[in-house]
Write a protein that binds this ligand. Structure first.
Ligand code: AMP
Ligand code: MG
Length: 416
């Protein structure tokens, strides 16, 4: 990876990506307010209480195999032992008696270990004639028994407040017999696009107009985050319209996200309006795409002014807004997963800004991770996001990348 010194992208007024994230976390707090939900409805939500187990899982010692329950002391040290079968323990229908020395029961997977026994001999390892079984050497005392509380013991903290509830968590709660849990209320996120050139899908484009795609990609990423979405449509590049939209958004959202109008062009009113009605924390980050990115507060709402270019809007959403929303939702902070991969494309890059290029990762014949570029990396080339399955993250100081260089990638799966 070479570093060129004459050709660069440094801007002393821009924050680094890390500085910007630190400021965001510093300025925001998790929302207050929770609700009690049935566990199925809690999927995708953030837990607002620690969950302690009120039972042991499994609640009783049970068999891990189909076979025979025996006393460990009856296992032969040499030669063979013959035991008399006195009954059967089925899953859900335990054997009610007590097994004595010289006896055994038939037992099936998940069935209660009968009183008097402590060991399971697999059915494949015995010979059976009538109700007499013959056991050879090679078995160990206590084998194939799942002890009481092997997975979870009474009083154990099983899920912590701040946990984002996944399907396994819902199953885990059910396995503890817990029907409802307390979760954080949904975050309310208001968003709108700005731009005189934007038209909604279904409308006919006149010269100089384009379709508004940002509200759709933002809708997509917000839907996956399980927040309440309030879509305010398109706002024209007029100072008064932008101000009116800001005030309406602040009255209903915990978070406001806009796209477009954050640069310092004549028709860019977003940062200026935030300065007038709220507080700008920063508006420039040393990254590509997405250099103009406004963060601040508008009354009690967090405010993110994303750049209008469709790739820039998505990249800045994933790198800043998504972690911020998760934090506000009460979720424990997550670390970003970035892994090394061999680059199969030559990449152009000037030192000075972190770049989030779009890549397609795969494994090669040796099962090693490799990545190739999606091609054109312009901030308006939304198809690059559509084709990609990862970001290629090129650090600030890095210059051009040669084929075969090792680089870092951030898989999209880790983002959602
Ligand atoms: P801006 O940040 O407003 O200067 O816009 C930068 C570029 O992104 C311009 O080419 C805009 O036409 C385009 N753009 C802005 N908003 C959107 C949007 N919602 N959907 C698609 N393209 C947009
Ligand atoms: Mg614009």
């Amino acid at each position: 990876m070479q570093i060129s010194c004459c050709d660069n992208d440094y801007d002393s007024k821009s924050l680094t990506v890390e500085e910007a994230l630190t400021r965001i976390y510093h300025d925001l707090q998790p929302i207050s307010g929770d609700e009690q939900l049935a566990i199925r409805s809690a999927l995708g939500r953030v837990l607002a209480e620690d969950i302690l187990s009120r039972i042991n899982v499994p609640p009783y010692a049970n068999s891990a195999m189909d076979g025979y329950a025996v006393q460990g002391t009856d296992l032969p040290v040499a030669g063979q032992t013959k035991l008399t079968m006195v009954g059967t323990s089925f899953a859900g229908q335990p054997y009610s008696g007590t097994v004595q020395a010289g006896q055994c029961t038939r037992i099936f997977t998940g069935a209660v270990i009968p009183d008097g026994t402590d060991t399971i001999v697999m059915q494949e390892h015995i010979e059976k004639q009538e109700n007499i079984i013959t056991i050879n050497t090679g078995n160990q005392v206590g084998q194939h028994v799942r002890p009481t509380g092997e997975d979870i013991t009474i009083g154990q903290t099983i899920l912590k407040s701040g946990k984002h509830l996944h399907p396994a968590d819902i199953g885990l709660l059910a396995s503890l017999g817990i029907p409802e849990v307390k979760v954080k209320r949904r975050l309310r996120v208001v968003f709108f696009s700005t731009g005189d050139e934007l038209r909604a899908v279904g409308e006919t484009l006149e010269k100089g107009q384009i379709y508004d795609s940002n509200r759709y990609s933002l809708y997509g990423v917000l839907s996956r985050l399980d927040v309440d979405i309030i879509d305010m449509g398109v706002v024209l590049d007029k100072r008064e319209d932008v101000e009116t939209a800001f005030l309406a958004a602040a009255s209903c959202g915990d978070v406001i996200i806009t796209s477009g109008g954050v640069s310092v062009g004549d028709a860019d009113y977003v940062t200026e309006t935030l300065q007038k009605l709220g507080k700008v924390n920063f508006w420039k980050v040393a990254m590509k795409p997405g250099k103009p990115l406004t963060f601040g507060k508008l009354k009690d709402s967090a405010f993110f002014g994303l750049p209008g270019n469709p790739v820039s809007a998505m990249v800045t959403f994933y790198q800043f807004v998504q972690p911020a929303l998760r934090y506000m939702m009460g979720q424990t902070r997550l670390t970003t997963i970035r892994v090394p991969a061999t680059c199969l494309s030559a990449l152009k890059k000037h030192p000075g800004r972190v770049e989030f290029q779009r890549g397609i990762m795969a494994t090669d014949e040796q099962n090693k991770l490799v990545v190739r570029s999606t091609g054109k990396q312009g901030s308006g080339v939304l198809s690059s996001m559509s084709q990609a399955n990862c970001f290629i993250v090129l650090p600030r100081e890095c210059g051009n990348v040669e084929i075969g260089d090792e680089i870092l990638i951030e898989p999209f799966e880790g983002l959602i």
